[in-house]
Structure formats: C-alpha cells, structure tokens
Design a protein. Sequence first.
Length: 512
Amino acid sequence: MVNKPLVWMPIALALSILSPGSVQADPFIDSVHRGFDRVPDDRRSDLVLLPLLAAMDPLPLGVSTPRDAAFLLPSDPAWNRAETWATGPAQVALIDAIDRVTLEEDPRQSFVYAQRYGDTGVPEGLEIGLAGGELLAGAVLGYLRGLDRASALVNIEATRRMSGGDARAAIDLLTDWLMFSRQICDRPLFAEAAWGYKSAASAMERMRDIAYLDYASDSRSLTTTDAAEIIDRLAPDGYIDPWRLQIPQGDRVAVEQIVDRVLGVDSGNEAFGATMALTTAGDRPLRLFGEASRWLGLGEAHNGRADTLAALERVYGDLEARFEAPEHSPLLDPPTTLSRTSQTQFPVLTATLEGADSILALRDVLRTELVGTRQAIALVGYALRFGSFPRDLSSTRPVWIPAVEADPFNPERANGSIPPLEYFVPIRDNRRGREPHSATFQSPSLPEPVEVTFDDSVFVLYSWGPDKSRGLGRKLAHTVDEGARDTDYLIWPPAISVLRTLPAPAPGATSE
C-alpha cells in the first residue's frame, strides 16, 4: 500500500522529468530491445522508411485519414489534388521503398521494423517517446502517425493505378502494404500490434474493393492468372500466417518497470503519483496535475509488489493460453482474466494494460479477412474465366485455391468438419422467389444500420461473425464491435464498396 504524500511533490517531480532525452540504460527497456539487437541494419525497414516518412509532403486537402483516402475515386472533387500529391517525388520514393522492404517474404530473412523506444536519432515527430524519457508505459508512438500518412498514400496510389487500367498493380501495392503492416503486428507493445492488425485487415478489404471496382467496370483489367497469383501471395502459411503471431510482451515489461519503481522496496512513496501521472498524461503535459492527484488516491488502495506481479502473471498466462488455443476452444469463451482484474487493487496493471485483450478479437478479424480475401478473389477468378459465378465455393479449387478454407467464426468442427464461408448469388439462389437479397448493414462509418439490397450482378460472401451463429446474411457488418455481435461479417461485396453506394457520402470522402 502506498502512503499519500503531499500533492505538490509528485507534480513537481513529474514536471521536472517531463522532457525526454536519450533513454538511459535500463534493464527493462534493454530486455524489450533485445530482439531488435539481432536484426542487421540492412534488414531494418525503419531505417529505410523513417527518413522518407519525414520527407513526405503534407496530406492533400480532403484527405485526413487512410479511410478518407480509400474512399476517394477519380470522380470525386478532391481527386485531382490527391493524385498530384501522390505522384510527387517524395511520395513516389516512399512507394518504391515500401516495395523494397516487403520483397523478401521468408519470415527468417524478411525486413523487421526495429525502431527503438526512446531513441532520439530519428526524424522529429516520428520518435517513440517514453514517459519522462524513461518509462515504457504510456509511450507516445509518433511513428504511427507517419505510417497513417503512408497508408493514405498507398490507398490513393492504388486508386490511381486502377483508374489507369492496372488493377493488378493496385492490388500488388496493397499487398505490399499488408506485408509491411504484418511487420508492425510483431512489435512489442499492444498499441503498436493493434495498429498492425487493423492496417493489415484494411489493406485486405481495399484489395477486394479494387477487385470489385475492376470487375464492375466496362474495361476489366484483372485476369484469371492475376487472381491465382494474388491468392498465392496470400498463402495462409506464408508471411501473413496469423498463427505465427504472439502476444506482445512489451506491456508486461512496462508493468514490471513501474512496479519496480513505485512498489519496490527502495522506492519512495512520493514517486507513485508522479510516475503514474507521466504514464497516463501522454504527450499532454497540462494533464499532469489532474493525473497526479487522481493517482495519489488510487495509490492508497493499491496491492503490494508481490501481489501485483502475481496478478500480472495471471493476466499474461490467460492471454497466452488463449492465443495458443485452437479455434473454438472452450478456453476462449469466459471473460479474460484482465477484464476481471480489480481496478481498485491493481490500478497500475489495469491502466497500463487497458484494452490489451482486444488483440484477441483483432486476430479473429485478421484470420477472417485472410480466408475471405483468398476466397473472394478465387470467385472473381472463376467469374472472369467462365462469365458467371460458380454454384458453390468448391468450384474454385484447385485452380485458384488448393482447398476451401474454414470460416474462422464457424464453430461446427465436429469430426474434422471444415465449414466454409457462406456464399450465394442473390436472385439466382433465393429460395423464396427471384428477388434481390435485402439486409441491414452497419459500419463504424454509419451512425445507424441501413437497409441494403444486392442483385445478381454480385455474389455475397460472409462469415458467421463474432456471435458464431448462422444469420443467413440478414444482418451484415464489417466489424466485431459489441454493437455488431448479432451480425454476419461481410466479405463481399466489400464494405467500403457498399458504403460508396449509400445516399450520404462517407465522412471526409469527398470533402474539399
């Protein structure tokens, strides 16, 4: 239990160490860097990309996020500015570099994003700032803002290539970005890995969007050979392989570092409020005063060092067991140990690891996106060859995919069953009469669900989704958020393609 010191002491202490400098030798941070130390400089993608990210021109007017950029089409008012920006020398150099750092797809030889924590030898604004210059918890991940700008560039350049009649080149670029995002999935902090998971999933959605736009156009450029080669690069046991992913360990070290400082035998009680305020104030120094006072109160009830470290091991043991468990294991059903950990007894742990268990759902999405993208492109390949959509998914093998893969959200695995994604062609496969298929559709981009209708110019491909039950495609979503628990997870038509057809434009998509 931490005794409550005078309020002015932690505030003054926090302010005195706010300005970060070169990180001092620290056994905790050194342990996080140990994996990077084995990566030779000629395989470090951060050394290639960071200078080019710093050299990028400002984002064009009308594009503030990667999602904005993904929505843009040549018919939008903001397109000409976006295209001019994307073809500028600095942006072209970055696109070339993304290709270079993703050429090698053998995990043992591939590039690694090995940027160090607290290293000031990187361009301004792209550093990973440590709280007080030395605390891993609450790290300010400046480089991710740079990668968001790169993601916007990739989306605009992909659209530019497609509109120029080369959908294959557009999808190849997005696959490069998928491969790079996979590098970030292996970073030590949950916040970094989560960015990688989301970016990888978005890249696959956009790949399908390009294929959808190309197939719907009067001048298709994708070929059946293209489809097979795109799918081959997305091999489930290749570089993307979600089963290679592991629980990030950096946050465990971050908790251990804080415990050592504020709950250690020799730690001064006056440091508790100051230290924790630094980790939760982030890069907003004015929040230090309020945070320090808040943490003084929390410190009074905090359990001791041994209990906190034991709780930390329980939390990580549970997350690691869930990551290693097979799909649909009963181990995955109960609430996580982290979600059941007392915020009163262990606020250092719960604050540092807040939301870390969301990585489990993000991995489910990544698996589903990979299976769905391979299958969707296989269906496009079939339609390009035969001029119509197949009767069932098995018709796409072995020419485009070696075998139909299981829906990661479908739990019906008895006797070695491999339940595929749900697939049908509206009107053609409607048992209640030759009518289009109607469904409600929801998305984080929409304030509320909307009604959508699909005819037989498209096929519908979806997963059972996070509720793991068959919804017959009546409620569709492209998210696994709590509000979408009773929906099927839409793969095709791609969610972004559906959003473009709605009466109201997507936020920021065509803003001036």
